[in-house]
Write a protein that binds this ligand. Structure first.
Ligand code: ZN
Length: 342
């Protein structure tokens, strides 16, 4: 089969011929139709310190996908050949305290497809049946291929009750934009999203016209808050940028007793004024992955009930054009980029 592989411990990815993976008794084999390029894949392409210390070579990359089951292991009873599906990219065990209490996404032994185990940028992927998420007929493969990042957005946005709340999102990448759409869907009163890249702010205007986008290089957030009639600070902050200024901005503009969900990863150790956190009585939650499988359940339910995030997809390319996809990714101007393997 064709597969996009990290074949060498240096910058780049290579399209190679690889054997179709063999499946174990509790796995399924999935023919991959569409995949999405994630920031994680760009780290692996660039071979930065994180990638070099995490990813064994060779490794088929990629973890955002939609496809169709073509083979089921002998112990798999609840899935059938022909079922369209996406899947959770974190492969977890069942032995840890977290897993045994149903908090699979917190299993310390988690391995990531396309990171620690062979991934989805290929014509076929083997996946534990446990990880499979069947796709209903009304969710097309293009959306199925972005459920992984949508899941990050949903997990982060639904960390706290948003009904009637004023929400500040920092970072208008695809996940930030989808989180804004989810926050509106979940009944937030005002949703404000900040970024410093004008292309990203244009994209948010297209995907969520009823969200107030703010160019952090030009506009003062206090003016925006006054303009939309906010009398106090934001109730909830969703940090999606990993940027120190953004994090400081959230702490600064949060109301007393406000809440922050952190998905963005700041570089190195970033300073925090903990006294501000204490005196403002702020709650902070770190967000990892998606809850298995409550997040998946919620996002599919929302998509079937009118949540529309399809506008976040800006590129649809053939798998062979992966170089163009990664170039667009690295430009920082794209939304989600899809690679078609059919
Ligand atoms: Zn991803």
């Amino acid at each position: 089969m064709k597969a996009l592989e990290k074949s060498h411990a240096r910058e780049g990815l290579w399209m190679v011929r690889a054997p179709v993976p063999e499946i174990g008794p509790s796995d399924v084999l999935i023919r991959v139709n569409v995949t999405g390029i994630c920031g994680t894949d760009t780290h692996i392409w660039n071979w930065d310190d994180w990638a070099a210390s995490t990813v064994p070579v060779p490794m088929i990359t990629g973890h955002e996908f939609a496809g169709e089951i073509v083979e089921v292991g002998r112990d798999v009873t609840d899935l059938e050949i022909g079922q369209r599906c996406s899947g959770e990219g974190h492969v977890v065990g069942t032995e840890s305290r977290q897993s045994r209490s149903g908090r699979f996404h917190l299993d310390p032994g988690t391995r990531g497809i396309g990171v620690n185990v062979q991934g989805a940028f290929a014509e076929y992927i083997a996946l534990p049946a446990f990880n499979v998420v069947p796709l209903p007929e009304d969710i097309p493969d293009d959306l199925g291929a972005i459920l992984d990042p949508l899941g990050n957005a949903v997990h982060t946005a639904l960390s706290f009750d948003l009904l009637g709340e004023d929400v500040l999102i920092t970072g208008a990448g695809p996940i930030g934009i989808m989180a804004a759409a989810v926050a509106r869907y979940a009944g937030a009163r005002h949703v404000v999203i900040t970024d410093i890249r004008s292309d990203r702010l244009k994209l948010i205007e297209r995907v969520c016209p009823d969200v107030r986008s703010v160019d952090a290089t030009r506009e003062d957030l206090n003016d925006v808050m006054r303009e939309i009639g906010m009398k106090q600070g934001f109730d909830v902050g969703l940090e999606m940028s990993g940027n120190q200024n953004a994090l400081d901005q959230i702490v600064e503009s949060l109301v007393m007793g406000g809440k922050i969900a952190l998905l963005g990863i700041p570089p190195g150790t970033s300073p925090v004024d903990w006294s501000r956190i204490v005196f403002k009585a702020i709650t902070i939650k770190g967000v990892y992955g998606r809850e298995m499988f409550e997040t998946w359940y919620k996002m599919i339910a929302m998509l079937q009930n009118g949540l529309d995030v399809s506008g976040v997809i800006t590129h649809r390319l053939k798998a062979e054009a992966f170089r163009d996809g990664f170039a667009a990714m690295k430009s920082g101007r794209s939304g989600k980029i899809l690679l078609d393997w059919r």
